[in-house]
Design a protein around this ligand. Sequence first.
Ligand code: F6P
Length: 541
Amino acid sequence: MKAIIDQLKTTAAATRATDIRAAFASDPGRFDRYSARLDDLLMDYSKSAVNAEVMALLLKLADEGGVAKKRDAMFAGEAINFTENRAVLHTALRNRSNTPVLVDGKDVMPEVNDVLAAMGRFADAIRSGAIKGATGKKITDVVNIGIGGSDLGPVMATLALGPYHDGPRLHFVSNIDGAHIADTLKLLAADTTLFIVASKTFTTIETMTNAATARRFIADALGEAAVGHHFAAVSTALDKVAAFGIDSDRIFGFWDWVGGRYSIWSAIGLPLMIAIGPENFGHFLDGAHAMDNHFRSAPTGENLPMLLGLIGYYERNVLGYPSRAVIPYDQRLARFPAYLQQLDMESNGKGVTIDGTPVNGSSGPVVWGEPGTNGQHAFFQLLHQGTDIVPVEFMIAANGFEPELRHQHQLLMANCLAQSEALMKGRTVAEAKAQLTAKGMDDSQADFIAPHRVFTGNRPSITFVHDRLTPYALGRLIALYEHRVFVEGVLFRINSFDQWGVELGKELATGLLPVIEGKESASSHDSSTQGLVAALAKLAK
Ligand code: F6P
């Protein structure tokens, strides 16, 4: 692989692959050559820094890197998360063809289908009012208490699918900061509220602490006996949930082969299902399954997750760009970048290869973003004229859900396309000067100002276009990004499915609590930590 990566570096330089503007000028067929489709979903990567030579090498890289082989191992239930000795089978949760998926020789599909059916019955009963609160009132508000993968997916998807939301209101509490749950509880009446405690491990301190606060809220308002009526739970640790006092018919399980950041398809999706209904949740799974099938079967050069992963890898490890921005031109995808931060950075933010040696080069980039057009009025200045090149991934639907506001949607589309065009084309100093003199500025003043109005151009982007943000389209989009992360992880030669990097901070926080509480001395800590502890203690009221 090292040889191909070196070859990619020399080829990209020798063929001037990063001169995207020149490539467009000399090749009218560039869009057709460098775009790929799955049904209505179009991926335009023609504004990336690729050419025929680079693409040929990237396809070779996928081959030599064994991406297809590893992909097949994942779908087959092999324990590819080898540091935890676990299979990686979020794809089984949306395996709508229902073909057997074996883990240690046992088909997991019957259990997957059973939990999905139980979720559907519970969601329907909450939505219809058949299941009521302790005082006999219909549930009007559902609060999901979870963090990380037990929060970000449902939060993101609930906002994204707002037009399909016809169930109870949804709220999400994640932060250990008491402000989060306090501000949420202020909006709620105990007798019409259901709490879903969502935690794969059922040990996460944030979730357990917030769940205890919620439990007190119900017990104080309605009495201890009411608690069971106002709680449900989602976890792999069924024994721990039972100990919390939640009835078994309100516990929805999943399995250790579902990673937290890949768990939206599991019972972690229960709040979303309550919001949009089991049928729409089924369409959400269908969309992901369609992407799974495409990922498994399409030739690499036409395979959206493969292409997205290969280009992502190339931008990070060959061209050396340290971050990438994801800019959905869709207000309802406002939380998609935050969701991708966990998906991508918790998966591929690793420094050690599968052999236990340091990663040679780089692993995953910093992922960030905000919806357009808001981002344009905040950080796009840096994207266009800053000293770092940040590849951008745009997404835009041809149709919104507000036909009466079609003109606003047209403005949204125009802005999205204009940004990728501006990033690619830029503006030369001669063009900048000509604009200024055309407005009547004298020659020497125009010479002085023009450099400030230059855009270097040649800044890469990928644009996704699709019909409309339906549950199906959202499922397909999330699965696309999951598989892209997978492809990049294989090429980085890391294990994308563990997250040991979050452990150290958790351990130290546990050790610091008694110090903050004043029960232990800070003397074993470094002088900065000691100073900060003292400053907080002095200010504490
Ligand atoms: O942040 C670390 C992490 O383990 C994530 O991977 C996970 O999604 C999150 O914590 C929450 O974990 P749990 O669902 O077990 O509460």
